[in-house]
Unconditional design. Structure first.
Lengths: 592, 369
């Protein structure tokens, strides 16, 4: 009890959902009761949990006594008493609840730059960020660097846009700096909309000041006087922390008039998105800030020449901006020491799907997919066979299970028909139907199309209809060719990135899993047994004990049978929900 | 600054800011378009105007791409034509196949494109948008199933008329153009949107099924509603004016207001005055006509209170009465009120007559259109 005790409770979206706030409150009240002086830190769990292991293991709690850090998982308020009694007071960590080896293994191959402070500092306390060397980069830039020198440094670092396209950040800044204009803008694109992606959310929730610092540096480099953070309204915690961070930074003089007495003014405004995926596209995003409907326009002119209100504008992704302070502080050589020849630095991925350790990871560019899935991710759930990894969300493609040695970087993924994208990584196993996966993404893109251009508005709808009829067993032999033809035309003829990449999930699944399409079309079979319309359920007489479990579970009343005698499914009444298959303990229900 | 551009092997020198499409048209090279309108800002939605530009790896829309110096453009390749056909088929897959009853048959850009590209079979048959609700406004028929979302109506309403009564709503396949909250149109009803619609989605309610374009004779004239004098084209079928439009190469650039476009029924109205009338019964002093007009009536005036006369008789009558009143009560007892439907020259002559011939300064003009 003579050591200083710090308790960190995960309070990101994941931690909050698991009850982080209640756990923290319980700690506070019990410690107060016992009169134990402890310093509480609210910590952004999303990152830390994502990095450390599993969002599913929330609430994660760190008890730091002196130099000893003990991490607990799955903590609920009623477990707090024992941790205090045994660990905090008596000095004996509660071994039952501590994280296990795989939790530590999850971290070994990760290299954290953007996430380095996430999960270690209180995101709502600017003092914590400053204590962790925060705003030192601004200090350096304002006192010792010209805007050109900043741009040179970013160019030298090799940093490329983390929003998906991978455009060199320094080059973009330089173009904007050189563009004539009496007023310039910098916009942080936090309109993260890919299904299953939560990288930007985690960065803003865990370390909003790093993003703001990156924006101030970017503004200085290009000569912008005003910045916007375009963020989804669906990220309330991130918005709240961002608001607090902007206020705190303004109070400390990192934002506002005459920053560091250098005569440089810069303010940041938050613009809430209204839930349109297409507003992540930069010209649509600009239209949205201007109060117009979020519809992309043709480029050129590019936003660096003709952006917000017609003025030169740089739009950078959250993760790109969060990298900036670290590059300034540690130097471009340090940054480019990570990664491959053309893809430098690290990348944050949201690892989801059928992998054991789902969560947020940050890895050096060029790491193999195998390392990500088996070393960091801990392998496939239930020891099933890996079928494919979907990267890049609805704009991306699939990488098959036998291509695991591929390096994860912009060029290598593009070569096999996928993309790094903004960083979604969905692991699929043998139970996933690839036609259904393509249909899922097409359903997303077609409903998120802005409706402006024909190939995207109608073309993706037609793609979806064709996929839908294939999964219903109504596919025609010519459908694969039609999908390929239409996909190609949509890619060539669409206006913006949404339409140009929307067919990728179709093209890539046909490329690598054509036989699955053919099974659906020719044999009217779904090999992964996912497509409901292609399944039939029957009861195997020899295995059925007549327990009646299936009969009770059937919501359609399609199963009949006497007790202790084999039951029968009436195929006409069966709605193919699979309830009987799930409840049967004797494997007597066959699905085929 | 002038830029040199080569399109399909033909050279042109165009001013900076000219789009590839504009440059092509200067060279008499046809590029198909649906959403483009020369008087509106480029949209780039229909994708028909895609061309290949040397050095750019993907097709680009010629309507949105400004010419750069030394640009080399190819407007038609097998791949480009193939993409155009796909785009057309996609549009037609979400369009009612009812040209046989459509007002715009024969005068429809989409139909023309389908004809040029020979789209008969459609590889992409699928769901079509269906809208049961019809707009209850009195002027503009909005058949949104025929809408191809080219956005011209939205742009003309915003950029030319400055009204912004309609915009895109919803996303994806369900995108549509509608007034706020999908209410009935409640605007100026200038009908500019009707004039720029390339399909049968927007048309005038009052000319519904009165005759298609091939059946009308076009007569160019000037709108008589005000001194602006917009050039209009009467669409005459038999002896009836069934529609009014205005051509783009007129000084009013083809734009009209609600009166010019929709207020033409007076031409064939039985109430229309064609000859001068002189009152034959005395005015009812207890029932001044203007109060009745204000209440929406006709001031108790009927045709039987008047007799038809020739212009000579009418003018004699007027000059006689003016002379009489002036002699009896002085010139200031007389006032003149002219019409905004007269031209500037006519109004000038009228005030001159009141001031110089009558000798009064009581002259005004009903500029209340």
């Amino acid at each position: 009890m003579n050591k200083r005790i710090t308790i960190q409770v995960c309070m990101g979206t994941g931690g909050m959902a698991a009850g982080g706030a209640e756990v923290l409150a319980t700690f506070e009240s019990l410690m107060k009761e016992k009169n134990i002086p402890a310093e509480f830190k609210k910590e952004c769990s999303m990152h830390k949990v994502g990095c450390r292991g599993l969002c599913a293991r929330d609430v994660l709690v760190d008890v730091i006594a002196g130099d000893n850090r003990t991490t607990y998982q799955y903590i609920k308020p009623d477990m707090v008493q024992r941790i205090i009694d045994e660990h905090v007071v008596a000095g004996n960590p509660v071994s039952d609840w501590q994280v296990t080896d795989d939790y530590h293994k999850f971290h070994e191959k990760q290299i954290k730059v953007v996430l380095s402070d996430c999960g270690n500092i209180d995101p709502e306390d600017i003092g914590a960020y400053i204590a962790a060397e925060g705003y030192k980069a601004i200090d350096k830039v304002f006192n010792a660097m010209s805007p050109e020198a900043v741009i040179d440094m970013i160019k030298k670092s090799g940093l490329r846009g983390r929003g998906g396209a991978g455009f060199p950040t320094g080059v973009k800044w330089e173009a904007c700096r050189k563009a004539p204009g009496d007023r310039k803008y910098i916009i942080c694109n936090a309109d993260e909309g890919d299904p299953g992606a939560f990288m930007d959310r985690a960065v803003i929730e865990g370390n909003p000041h790093a993003v703001l610092e990156g924006m101030v540096i970017g503004a200085y480099a290009i000569g912008a006087t005003k910045g916007y953070v375009y963020i989804r309204a669906e990220y309330p915690l991130a918005v709240e922390r961002l608001k607090k961070a902007i206020k705190a930074a303004g109070e400390r003089g990192y934002l506002g008039k005459n920053i560091f007495n250098k005569g440089f003014d810069f303010d940041i405004k938050i613009k809430l998105g209204a839930g349109a995926f297409v507003c992540g596209e930069e010209t649509a995003l600009i239209a949205s800030i201007e109060g117009q409907r979020g519809m992309p326009r043709a480029k050129p002119p590019f936003p660096v020449h003709h952006g917000l209100w017609g003025k030169p504008t740089v739009i950078n992704n959250v993760e790109t901006l969060a990298n900036i302070p670290y590059i300034i502080k540690r130097g471009p050589e340090w940054f480019s020491s990570y990664g491959t020849e053309k893809s430098k630095g690290t990348k944050v991925f949201a690892l989801t799907g059928k992998v054991k350790n789902t969560g947020l990871i940050e890895v050096p560019m060029g790491i193999t997919l195998k390392e990500i899935i088996y070393d960091i991710g801990g392998g496939i759930e239930n020891n099933k066979k890996l079928k494919a990894v979907q990267t890049g969300g609805p704009s991306g493609g699939c990488i098959t299970g036998d291509m695991l040695d591929i390096n994860v970087d912009y060029e290598s993924l593009a070569k096999v028909g996928s993309i790094v994208g903004s960083g979604g990584m969905i692991v699929l196993d043998e139970d996933d139907c690839m036609v259904n996966v393509a249909k899922y993404f097409l359903n997303f893109t077609q409903s998120e199309s802005c409706g402006k251009c024909v190939p995207c508005r109608i073309g993706t709808k037609r793609l979806l209809e064709i996929l839908d009829r294939i999964t219903k067993g109504l596919g025609k032999e010519s459908d694969i060719d039609l999908l390929l033809k239409l996909s190609g035309d949509i890619k060539s003829a669409s206006l913006c990135g949404l339409g140009q990449t929307a067919p990728n999930p179709v093209l890539s699944t046909i490329k690598y899993f054509r036989e699955e399409y053919e099974a659906h079309i020719k044999d009217k079979q779904c090999p992964a047994k996912v497509c409901r319309d292609l399944l039939t359920y029957s009861i195997l007489e020899d295995f059925c004990k007549g327990c009646g479990a299936c009969m009770r579970a059937c919501p359609a009343g399609a199963i009949k049978g006497e007790k202790k005698k084999p039951h029968v499914i009436n195929a006409g009444a069966c709605i193919k929900c699979g309830s009987c298959f799930d409840v049967c303990k004797f494997k007597a229900v066959s699905r085929g | 600054m002038a830029f040199k551009v080569t399109i399909d092997g033909k050279m042109a020198e165009v001013p900076e800011g000219t789009t590839v499409l504009e440059a092509a048209r200067m060279l008499n090279i046809t590029i198909p378009t649906l959403c483009h309108h020369p008087k509106l800002t480029p949209f780039g939605g229909c994708r028909l105007c895609i061309v290949e530009i040397k050095g750019i790896p993907r097709p680009v829309t010629s309507c949105t791409t400004p010419v750069n110096d030394g640009m080399e453009v190819t407007t038609s390749t097998p791949q480009i034509e193939d993409l155009r056909k796909t785009v057309l088929e996609l549009i037609l897959s979400d369009h009612p196949n009812d040209c046989m009853i459509c007002e715009r048959a024969g005068d429809c850009t989409l139909q023309e494109m389908a004809y040029i590209y020979g789209v008969r079979e459609n590889r992409f048959e699928g769901e079509r948008r269906t809208y049961e609700k019809k707009d209850g406004n009195p002027f503009i028929e909005r058949d949104m199933e025929k809408c191809i979302l080219c956005g011209r109506c939205v742009k003309v309403c915003d950029e030319v008329q400055g009204v912004g009564a309609i915009d895109f709503a919803y996303r994806g396949f369900q995108s549509k153009i509608c007034p706020p909250y999908e209410k009935d149109l409640n605007c100026e009803f200038c009908g500019q949107c009707v004039s720029v619609c390339p399909t049968g989605a927007l048309s005038g309610k009052m000319w519904s099924r009165l005759g298609r374009q091939k059946d009308v004779k076009e007569v160019d004239t000037t709108c008589a509603y005000c001194g602006t004098g917009c050039n209009i084209t009467l669409h005459v079928k038999g002896n009836d004016v069934i529609r009014v439009t205005s051509k783009e190469d007129t000084w009013n650039e083809g734009w009209l207001c609600v009166k010019g476009r929709f207020g033409y029924q007076f031409i064939n109205s039985p109430d229309r005055l064609k000859k001068p009338l002189i009152r034959i019964t005395p005015k009812d002093q207890s029932n001044p006509p203007f109060t009745h007009f204000a209440k929406g009536g006709h001031g108790g005036i009927t045709r039987s209170q008047f007799k038809e006369v020739s212009w000579n008789e009418a003018l004699d009558h007027i000059s006689g009465r003016l002379t009489e009143i002036k002699a009896k009560h002085g010139a200031d007892a007389i006032g003149g009120l002219s019409s905004a439907r007269c031209t500037n020259e006519e109004n000038y002559a009228f005030q001159k007559m009141i001031r110089a011939a009558v000798g009064a300064n009581n002259v005004d003009h009903c500029a209340r259109l």
